[in-house]
Design a protein around this ligand. Structure first.
Ligand code: HEC
Length: 484
């Protein structure tokens, strides 16, 4: 029989330091180091020198990572209780939402964790942008970060739909409808999201698989790359006005500075990250415990249109964007706007990867962040008025708006209200804004076009063939023809 292995001797030490380290450790750690080399690498990572810095501005990246880990752990736990099937998803969530239960706490954690992740990722990105940390040599960090931000939003959206309540159902429908209006790729996207032409049993499986397999898998890869690059390229320094990034000399300068007055990553630099991240997790536990899981909406029923599809607060602004664009450009912008945003963000480190980093020398960067935050804030405020929803309380058109004494036109105007057209369409400022404003529709569309549209409906307009009698159809069209 062979004699017990001697862990104190290494046949092929990775490095002299590693060898020394391994000897210093006890048997178990020494064995681990000998077989994997991980101990010395971890030590190296913890001890690597990073720029000395003063503030708390750098904690948001690691806070996002903390949030991600929280989401992975709470999400996997939730998945053990959740039944991703159309018939049972809602009930399974209801069962685990009993206030005070462990499962409800986990659901609450996952819910607040999602908000945390979105907020931290947003702040982290704003910070990196303000301090121009995306410049040489950290371009790929920025690129992976941008992709991660879009994935975080995609996770947020798909996550909400898994509640499979009325709200979720109609969020999916609204999302798919909006997507479907984009030229060329729209229908493909919509069909992909719905796993078919309409909401069906596979829709939930589709969303579930995106939310728990595809997106997280891609995120793990990108986060791995992102963190690896942080270690490889070093943490960016607090920008100093006048100290410009020059790709030819940056790396030497950085190394020299870090050597001169850098500090070991652990604990000098990382203690703030640890304190901040742990405090956030505790805050999430507190919120989940005190406030608990979000209440589910009404049980899912695709036949009830009077739902109230409202995404969670951090996505409201995007619903507003989609709803508020003039109809003529919406179809293009639905795909073009996010694509433009993505391309602009991806292009940023290539357009400017050297020069000043300090925000005080880049006032337009500050302006851009202020405008973005202001825009998102005001769109969120607008969003709570739900412009994408039919205006269910719309009153009949006033006689003044109708502006005609022709009995047929008056009948048509009355039908415009009684047949719910007014819930979605405005005429001279009265009515909902779910569909296009029809104040000038008589000038835009011919009689035949009007009839065709009303009979057939559209992606988000019900078809009225068979609902309206021939006489009623003639009256409504007659009324619309007067609108010019
Ligand atoms: C649930 C909301 C909703 C209701 C109810 C509704 N519509 Fe629409 N309507 C829309 C939407 C959305 C569009 C845009 C469709 C598109 O272009 O994809 C539209 C388009 C139209 C258009 C074409 C407008 C244009 O500029 O191209 C006409 C005309 C129209 N609707 C008339 C009516 C009439 C008349 C009624 C009632 C009998 C009615 N709609 C009921 C949502 C609605």
């Amino acid at each position: 029989m062979s004699s017990p292995p001697d862990f104190s001797e290494k046949i092929m030490p990775d490095t002299p330091e590693a060898n020394r380290d391994a000897r210093q450790h006890g048997k178990v750690v020494g064995w681990l180091e000998d077989r994997t080399g991980l101990v010395s690498r971890l030590n190296q990572a913890a001890g690597h020198r990073v720029p000395r810095r003063s503030g708390w501005a750098f904690v948001f990246g690691s806070a996002t990572l903390f949030a991600f880990i929280l989401q992975v752990v709470s999400g996997i736990t939730l998945a053990m209780f959740f039944e991703p099937a159309t018939a049972t998803a809602y009930q399974s969530l209801q069962q685990i939402s009993t206030p005070g239960s462990f499962e409800a706490l986990v659901r609450g954690l996952h819910y607040f964790g999602a908000s945390l992740m979105v907020v931290m990722a947003g702040i982290h990105m704003a910070r990196v942008y303000l301090m121009a940390a995306y410049k040489y040599p950290r371009e790929v960090q920025w690129l992976s970060g941008v992709l991660l931000l879009f994935l975080v939003l995609a996770m947020a959206f798909t996550g909400q739909t898994l509640r499979w309540d009325q709200n979720a159902l109609w969020s999916v429908v609204v999302g798919a409808e909006q997507a479907a209006r984009a030229p060329f790729v729209g229908p493909i996207l919509a069909r992909f999201l719905l796993a078919g032409d309409t909401l069906n049993a596979a829709t939930l499986s589709r969303l579930f698989s995106l939310h728990v397999f595809w997106f997280p898998a891609i995120m793990f890869g990108l986060i791995g790359l992102h963190v690896f690059l942080v270690l490889r390229n070093g943490i960016s320094e607090t920008p100093v006005p006048g100290r410009k990034v020059d790709p030819r000399t940056y790396k030497q300068d950085y190394q020299a500075r870090v050597k001169r007055d850098g500090v070991p990553f652990w604990p000098d630099a990382a203690w703030r990250d640890t304190v901040f991240g742990s405090a956030l997790i505790l805050l999430m536990v507190f919120l989940a415990w005190k406030i608990g899981a979000p209440e589910l909406g009404k049980p899912p029923d695709p036949s009830i249109v009077q739902a109230d599809p409202k995404p969670d607060w951090y996505l409201i602004w995007y619903f507003s964007v989609l709803a508020l664009w003039p109809y003529a450009v919406t179809n293009i912008m639905i795909i073009a706007a996010p694509l433009l945003a993505l391309v602009a963000l991806l292009a940023l480190p290539f357009v400017s990867n050297k020069g000043e980093r300090s925000p005080s020398r880049r006032p337009w960067a500050i302006a851009a962040v202020v405008v973005m935050v202001g825009l998102i804030f005001s769109l969120t405020v607008v969003g709570y008025r739900e412009p994408w929803l039919p205006h269910f309380k719309a009153l009949p058109l006033s006689a003044q708006t109708v502006g005609s004494t022709d009995p047929a036109v008056i009948r048509g105007a009355a039908l415009f209200h009684s047949q719910s057209c007014i819930l979605c369409h405005q005429i001279d400022g009265q009515g909902g804004i779910r569909g296009p404003d029809l104040s000038q529709v008589g000038a835009r569309l011919s009689r035949d076009q009007l009839i065709w549209r009303i009979q057939n409906g559209a992606a988000s307009m019900p078809p009225y063939a068979g609902v309206l009698t021939d006489q009623q159809l003639r009256d409504v069209v007659g009324f619309l023809e007067t609108r010019k």
